[in-house]
Design a protein around this ligand. Sequence first.
Ligand code: ASP
Length: 441
Amino acid sequence: MNANMKSKKLPLYVQILIGLFLGLCWGVASSWLQFPAFITTEFIKPFGTVFVTLLKMIAVPLVLASLIVGVASLHDIRKLSRIGGKTISIYIGTTIIAITIGLTIANVVKPGKRLPESTRQQLMSTYTDKTTTSVSTVEKLKQRPLLQPMIDIFPDNITAAAADNTRMLQVVFFAMIMGVALIKIAPEKRNTLVAFFDALNDAIIQIVDFIMLFAPIGVFALISALIVEIAGDDISQAANLLNGLAWYTACVIVGLFIHAYIFYPILFRSVAKIGYMQFFRAIRAAQLVGFSTSSSNATLPVTMKRCQEGLGIPEEMTSFILPLGATINMDGTSLYQGVAAVFIAQALDIDLSLSDQLMILLTATLASIGSAGVPGAGMVMLVIVLESIQVPSAGIALIVAVDRILDMMRTVVNITGDITVAAVVTATEGKFEPVMVSEEE
Ligand code: ASP
């Protein structure tokens, strides 16, 4: 064996895949063999929690430092508004296409009509309690002024905003205005501050590397705990329920697949001229972390790193486009909401007119902008979509059983969508850099 081979480490995505696979085996085995659940929830799950916590820990400083440097180095405010306008329009355009795909599949396949009556009753009685939290959260949301999402962009206290991962948009706003201010002040002063944030940014990227060393263990812990929690102590009953929801689950998965693996490639191949395999190879570590954590926000540091190192998208673009995307662009979530709304209406025997379907298109687009990139956010916002078409929100009970699994998949699509738009906008600005580090990570 030569020295070269000895020192060769498995690529990160392979390590994460191994963690995922072993987590799956552990989860299934311990439910099957009826190991006490506390072994997994008390002794294994905490390692997953630590992994997600560490990723969240660096999300705010990363966005702050990289965005300030990114905006300040644009040297031109007109350019910033042009890139901003383009980014937001493409984000909304891709979301509308995602919902259209979801609605089309649900209307053609009619998964709600294929739900066995016995499963419907069982789901309604088992999960109604769990849905009341989402409904009461939405009740609170509904009492807010219509333009509250606009008010929410502006922080009243930047340290309070930075202390709360769900207020990322406020951090983005502050970082942008700080970057613009730096363009305006005297160069010698600007350079000091830009150099400071630049160094901070490099240090944080280094911390991402440290945290990712822990990724395989974190992913193992997250997946095994998830399976034990879903399966409970009766894995065959869980399997029966999943079986009853197979058509619905398949519709969501097929829709997500079409959007991520057929529609996005059309965009990044034609506009950004990136090859199919090259793109997905470069971003697979980010996709796997998104899948395991179900959170676009927690995955953001990895997404940014892979875009820069794997695709050659410069930091001045990623630092602006990706945090914005993690907060307002959720194609996977909105596609799922389209399918779920139609599925629930069908299962409850409620006919949806064309204008109801257009209403779903509108509210799911807004819900995608309004939902935070955290686990389960999409299901809470689904209540708003259902209410807008007068479908009882208690119908969510029908889909709760499979929501966690679908959340993992839609998060992958959400992240892939952000990266696709980042590539497209970068290409239209002619800003691609040569790929610096391996595509293989
Ligand atoms: N978990 C998703 C995300 O973070 C949001 C959702 O659909 O619940 O992107």
